[in-house]
Write a protein that binds this ligand. Structure first.
Ligand code: GRF
Length: 194
């Protein structure tokens, strides 16, 4: 069993996919903490419905990223968290957490990186008029969606595709791919530890 913390800022449908995968035994992990930077975000409701502890913080209340990340780090250490899993967390991870979790922070992004990094990757792909986009899972480094790529999956943009229909296709891929890839990473790590 791998102890993880899931960081989210919004709807939390990927958090839900991880909760569900754990529930059916497809992902051997335990969510020790849900970290959220937005009061009222639906990911917090999902966490409480699943009886998961959550930590909500107001970034503006702190002097710097280092200060609030130190606070988060303390919570992660208290709970023996081994991996940070980002699921729609809308902030850049700073040196405090990056140094404490080297190659242990993973993100999912709704494009085929390095194309369309940053905010609104789905809108960027539609605006660019490409016929192919997708989903990327990668390790997090100090850049915006620049870390080493772990897995990618293509999603075709059909003629007449709307934002809604594309979002739906991308989310469906994300919800299947994220638990699967995390399970692979965690089981490989366990093999190496044995
Ligand atoms: C996902 O599309 C993910 O790839 C991106 O943010 C979105 C989060 O969606 N990083 P949700 O909150 O998990 O529904």
């Amino acid at each position: 069993m791998t102890n993880i913390a899931v960081f989210a800022s919004g709807n939390g449908s990927n958090l839900q996919a991880l909760i569900d995968a754990i529930g059916r035994g497809a992902l051997e992990a335990q969510i020790k903490l849900v970290v959220c930077d937005r009061p009222g975000a639906y990911c917090l409701t999902r966490a409480s419905q699943a009886r998961l502890p959550s930590f909500m913080f107001y970034p503006q209340k702190y002097q710097s990223k280092a200060v609030y990340e130190e606070l988060i780090l303390r919570q992660l250490r208290e709970r023996d968290v081994e991996y940070i899993v980002l699921a729609g967390y809308m902030r850049l991870i700073g040196p405090t957490l990056l140094e404490a979790f080297p190659q242990r922070i993973i993100n999912i992004h709704p494009s085929l990186l390095p194309s369309f990094p940053g905010k609104d990757a789905i809108g960027q792909a539609l605006a660019a008029g490409v016929t192919l986009t997708g989903v990327t899972i990668h390790y997090v480094d100090e850049g915006i969606d620049t870390g080493p790529i772990i897995a990618q999956w293509p999603v075709f943009i059909d003629p007449g595709e709307t934002r809604e229909s594309l979002e739906e296709k991308i989310h469906a891929v994300e919800h299947e791919l994220y638990p699967k890839v995390l399970q692979e990473i965690f089981s490989k790590r366990r093999e190496n530890l044995d």
